[in-house]
Design a protein around this ligand. Structure first.
Ligand code: KG4
Ligand code: ZN
Length: 336
């Protein structure tokens, strides 16, 4: 079965074609980053309009490159995300499915992220612990099997990607800040000073990043007053990144011990952070799985594979699903 995957939940238009026999057949991505950069964050109205402009040409490109006329099923991101942006993908999926007379599968965006490592050569076996870290979510999830998810911990305030973006903004870096901050941190000293490590000594697995953001803001002000901010920028980036990585690691390793996990998956945009990947791989006894860099941030391939794994849920195109909020735990195993 050939599954076309459409991702339009935020600021990337992603399209991919996944073959249940041979794997990923083709994919294309259009990033809207440049459109939103001047505003310092994603503007929902601009995002929806750009998805509308880009989606059909990307679908045509992917099908043409794979010499496929039409797929056997269409998977699309149904949430969580920006509703206007989601509606573009959902509307397109339903329209094309009507025309092509094929079924559709609504996909949960975070399930897409957590299944992205299944696109790699050595996919994780179930059960596994997943650290899902993106611009909108920070979650530790125990994955018993496909569709059986227990959220062990989540953020009480900012998502970790958001903390990267806000800190990058304070340091005068562009949007999105994660990649730029990682690059700057390489030139800094992570031991230059200390920032508070939020909640590491508290029981449970929740995270909090807003205190860290305030601490960075105070440090930036202090350096500005001293007239030494330019010299200190790289150090601030390095200390911030190290603090975030240590916080994520403390919680993740503890959850892995508690659950007796042999495998950990890191996914979501912040999963592209090389320091996070390297530190977790070095310190965890079992195996650490993560998607290739390109499939950490939003993409169509993770939606196509999630749809392929959920073909039992495929349905007629008669309802458009677009949900701003949608709990991962409310998902079920594919039932048919
Ligand atoms: O998963 P994603 O593409 O979109 C959401 O679903 O939110 O994640 C985007 C987030 C942004 O906050 C971005 O700054 C962050 O992932 N990010 C990174 C890196 N690459 C992307 N954060 C830290 N280090 C990176 N290398
Ligand atoms: Zn995402």
């Amino acid at each position: 079965m050939l599954v076309l995957g459409l991702e339009t939940s935020c600021d990337e238009t992603g399209v991919a074609l996944y073959d249940t026999e041979s794997g990923l057949v083709g994919e294309a991505l259009h990033s809207q980053v440049n459109l939103h950069a001047v505003y310092g964050g994603v503007v929902p109205e601009i995002a929806s309009r750009d998805h509308l402009r880009r989606l059909l040409p990307l679908i045509e490109q992917v099908l043409k490159e794979a010499s496929v006329e039409c797929p056997d099923a269409i998977a699309y991101t149904a949430g969580p995300g920006l509703v206007g942006a989601l509606m573009v993908g959902a509307g397109m999926a339903n329209g094309l499915a009507l025309a092509w007379k094929c079924p559709i599968v609504p996909v949960h965006h975070m399930e897409g992220h957590l299944l992205a490592p299944m696109l790699e050569e050595d996919p994780p076996a179930y059960p596994f612990l997943a650290l899902l870290v993106s611009g909108g979510h920070t979650m530790l999830v125990w994955v018993e099997e496909l569709g059986s998810y227990s959220v062990l911990g989540t953020t009480l305030d900012d998502a970790v990607g958001e903390a990267f973006d806000k800190t990058a903004k304070l340091l005068g870096l562009g949007y999105p800040g994660g990649p730029a901050l990682e690059k700057l941190a390489k030139k800094g000293d992570e031991n230059a000073f200390q920032l508070p490590r939020p909640m590491v000594n508290r029981p449970g697995f929740d995270f909090s990043f807003s205190g860290l953001k305030t601490a960075v803001m105070l440090k930036v002000r202090e350096k500005e007053t001293d007239g030494t901010l330019d010299l200190a920028r790289a150090d601030i980036a390095a200390v911030f990144q190290c603090t975030v990585v240590e916080t994520l690691l403390a919680r993740t390793l503890k959850a892995a011990r508690d659950q007796g996990a042999d495998r950990i998956v890191i996914a979501g945009g912040v999963g592209a952070n090389r320091v996070l990947r390297a530190e977790l791989t070095a310190r965890f006894d079992g195996t650490v799985h993560y998607p290739r860099l390109r499939f950490c941030t939003d993409n169509g391939a993770m939606i196509a594979i999630a749809g392929a794994l959920r073909l039992a849920d495929a349905d007629k195109p008669d309802t458009i699903h677009a949900m701003a909020r949608w709990s991962l735990e409310s998902l079920d195993q594919p039932h048919g």
